[in-house]
Each structure stands twice: as structure tokens, then as C-alpha cells.
Design a protein around this ligand. Structure first.
Ligand code: DC
Length: 221
């Protein structure tokens, strides 16, 4: 089986680009952030503090997180319920960030991610795919963009939903999240030594996809 690992900070365009690449190759796209979001959501639904290890860790043996595919789209199941939409809401993002800092949560989701990659050719995106989950991936991409550009993209996305947010506030959030992601003890965000750095600051979506497909072709040929 073949695997492409795409890691990088929030807002670099990972999920959109990874989905497009998977579709071009006819491979499975695996969004691993959705798994952390599902664990976070389970904590929220039980009304516990998702930043507390004492509250979250006892939940792990009681919950079941699964991935399935419907019409080619990844769906996330929490205890059999499709929570693919619920995990996108803001509280679930916060909760995901909290639980993803806990090593036990990462261990709990590790087997599931590896098993999918054993059974399918995958394009998997996350923070630790090239470094921890699939260190054997044939292609590793570290996708990034300047914080200002990521904040601008986020501002545009929100504006499309009719939500106006101050640019400086978004920029501060982006920088804070970068710092948190790269300074946590459990699987901090870092570029794998054999990953190729792709900076999309000055590239649009098509250009980013083309650049990565080119790398994939070179690596797999
Ligand atoms: O990519 P995302 O925003 O959906 O990820 C949700 C949270 O999970 C985010 O705080 C980073 C974390 N995450 C992680 O620690 N490791 C991964 N492989 C994927 C996501």
C-alpha cells in the first residue's frame, strides 16, 4: 500500500489540498483531525472539562470512534452515530485541541489510523502523520503558509458565512495555536526530516495541488 502524509499548521489548506490529491489519484482521503474532534465531542456531550485528563481518560474505554466512507466522503462515527457535522462546530475545535495534547488519546487513535493505511492507499492529513503515524509513508509533505496569509484565508472563510472578525484577532489566534501545537509534549507539530516543505503563501489552490502532484509523481515513479 502507498501513503502520502500531509502535515502542517492549521489553515495551511491541508484538508482541501489532501482531498483533491486523493481524488486525483483515486486513493482514500483520511482527515485525522476528525478523530480528535470526535473524542473532544464525546467529552463535551458528557459535560466534562475536555482539558482535564482525569475527565477524558476514563471515557476512552467507553467510547467507540470509527471512520466510514459514504459516496467517497469520509464520515466519522461516535458510538455508531454520524457526528461529521457536529465535530465542525467551534466548541468541538477547542475540545479537539485539548484532548489532542493527551498522549493516551493519541495512543487510542493510533491503531485506527494505521489500520486504514494497511488496507488502503491513503492521503492522510494531520499533525504527526509523517513523524509518528506513518513514518514509512512514501511521500511526506509539510504544508505551511505565512501566519498573515492563514489569518486572511480564515477571515475570508468566515466572511463567506456572514461572520466578520477582526484580522488582528485572527492573526493572534493563528500564532497562538501554532505555538501550542509545536510546544506540546505529545507529538508536537514538526516537519519530518524527510518531508518536503511546501509553502502555499503565494500559491492558490490549483497551484498548490499541482506542485504536490508533481512531487508525488517524482517520488512514486
Ligand atoms: O485539523 P483539525 O483542525 O481538524 O484538527 C483538530 C485538532 O486535532 C487540532 O487541535 C490538532 C489536532 N490534531 C492532532 O493533534 N493530530 C492530528 N494528526 C490531527 C489533528
Amino acid at each position: 500500500m502507498y501513503a502520502i502524509a500531509i502535515d502542517g499548521p492549521a489553515g495551511a489548506g491541508k484538508s482541501t489540498i489532501a482531498r483533491r490529491i486523493a481524488s486525483q489519484l483515486g486513493w482514500l482521503y483520511v482527515d485525522t483531525g476528525a478523530l480528535y474532534r470526535a473524542v473532544g465531542l464525546s467529552g463535551l456531550r458528557r459535560g466534562v472539562d475536555t482539558a482535564s485528563r482525569e475527565a477524558i481518560l476514563p471515557l476512552l474505554p467507553q467510547i467507540k470512534v470509527e471512520l466510514c466512507y459514504r459516496d467517497g466522503e469520509q464520515r466519522v462515527l461516535l458510538d455508531g452515530e454520524d457526528v461529521s457535522e457536529a465535530i465542525r462546530e467551534n466548541p468541538a475545535s477547542m475540545a479537539a485541541s485539548n484532548v489532542s495534547a493527551m498522549q493516551e488519546v493519541r495512543d487510542y487513535l493510533f491503531d485506527l489510523q494505521q489500520q486504514i493505511a494497511r488496507e488502503h492507499n491513503v492521503v492522510m492529513d494531520g499533525r504527526d502523520i509523517g513523524t509518528v503515524v506513518l513514518p514509512q509513508a512514501q511521500v511526506k509533505i509539510f504544508l505551511t503558509a505565512a501566519p498573515e496569509e492563514r489569518a486572511r484565508r480564515r477571515q475570508r472563510q468566515l466572511a463567506e458565512k456572514g461572520i466578520q472578525v477582526d484580522f488582528n484577532q485572527l492573526l493572534e489566534e493563528v500564532k497562538q495555536r501554532d505555538w501550542q501545537d509545536s510546544h506540546r509534549d505529545a507529538a508536537p507539530l514538526r516537519q519530518a526530516e524527510d518531508a518536503i516543505l511546501c509553502d502555499t503563501t503565494h500559491l492558490d489552490l490549483d497551484q498548490s495541488v499541482d506542485q504536490i502532484l508533481q512531487i508525488v509523481k517524482e517520488r512514486l515513479s
